[in-house]
Design a protein around this ligand. Structure first.
Ligand code: ZN
Length: 161
């Protein structure tokens, strides 16, 4: 692990608190040599619905933007370069976000070990595949073990990361 990993993961935890998802709130930050330059969290595009809680789980799955993708898209919106940088995400990563991370040129992805361990059964296959894709795509994957001191909602429970 690298020196400021816990600090950046804490920023990802803070980003997760912006999510309105009633079950799992995930946060991501993009980091370059100068620090955090973009944040993302799982959400739905503002113009579709005002409240993520008002849509069914089925509908949510097709329109939700995961935290990693959200951070990358927000960076694109403001013409911020992602190439060669690092993404920190509280929960890393589904196959869809993994390919987005690779395709945006991000070279390192850091997830929190606790979320990986607590991954619900319905997601373990997806997450395993996502991590494999990242590695295959040349992205270095690391897991932070340290506490960040921020509580996030994960699979319906409050979890201290
Ligand atoms: Zn994802």
């Amino acid at each position: 692990m690298q020196g400021r990993d816990a600090e950046y993961m804490k920023a990802a935890c803070m980003a997760a608190t912006f999510s309105k998802d009633p079950v799992t709130r995930v946060g991501s930050v993009l980091v370059d040599g100068a620090g955090v330059f973009e944040r993302g969290y799982n959400n739905i595009p503002d113009y579709l619905y005002s409240d993520i809680r008002s849509i069914s789980r089925f509908e949510k799955q097709s329109i939700v933007i995961h935290a990693e993708r959200d951070a990358i898209l927000r960076a694109a919106r403001f013409a911020k370069k992602t190439m060669g940088h690092t993404i920190y995400s509280t929960w890393l990563a589904c196959p869809r976000c993994a390919v987005d991370i690779i395709q945006s040129g991000i070279k390192r992805a850091v997830g929190h070990r606790r979320c990986l361990t607590l991954t619900p059964k319905r997601w373990t296959g997806q997450i395993g595949q996502g991590v494999q894709i990242l590695r295959k795509g040349g992205v270095r994957v690391d897991w932070l073990e340290e506490d960040c001191g921020v509580e996030i909602l994960f699979n319906g429970k409050k979890v201290l990361l």
